[in-house]
Design a protein around this ligand. Structure first.
Ligand code: DQA
Length: 143
């Protein structure tokens, strides 16, 4: 079974980007973790990252058209992108919102997620394990 793992802006800089918040593992480490963990769950995982809202929207259309489940870290788009929200709303397969940090424990502007209401669920605050937990939810859940 195919699964997408989509990552929004600045996430290619994992490891060097604010390591006290996001940890020291790199984006390549995240890709390897998703492939390894997804493989154990019988999932063929396609991991992508973009800083571009329009590219992320077109990937979400691809997921909707193919009914392919998605693990999505929308990064800063979480907090203000209605375009992302409207793209997610078209899905029929599960989509899990993930965050490495726990936005609820951070700045005020991170308290709002404009995508949470159209996601199947949200996993936040567990570092890269947030992605493992989301892949597990997709592997086990038919929603
Ligand atoms: C993030 C949290 C967002 O608030 C932030 O803009 C990010 C990363 C996370 O994974 O913790 O870029 O989505």
């Amino acid at each position: 079974r195919r699964v997408f793992v989509f990552n929004g802006p600045n996430l290619a800089r994992l490891g060097t980007r604010e390591p006290s918040v996001y940890g020291t593992a790199s984006f390549d480490d995240l890709v390897a973790l998703c492939h390894r963990f997804g493989g154990e769950l019988g999932l063929a995982v396609d991991v992508r990252q973009t800083d571009d809202e329009s590219e992320l929207v077109s990937w979400l259309h691809e997921a909707a058209d193919g009914s392919i489940p998605v693990v999505l870290n929308p990064a800063a788009f979480t907090h203000y992108s209605y375009a992302l929200r409207d793209a997610i709303a078209q899905r029929t397969a599960p989509l899990i919102e993930v965050h490495i940090s726990n936005p609820a424990a951070r700045e005020e502007f991170r308290l709002v997620s404009v995508v949470a209401a159209v996601a199947s669920g949200t996993i936040a605050g567990f570092g890269l394990r947030s992605y493992e937990l989301a892949l597990r939810a997709i592997a086990e859940d038919g929603r």
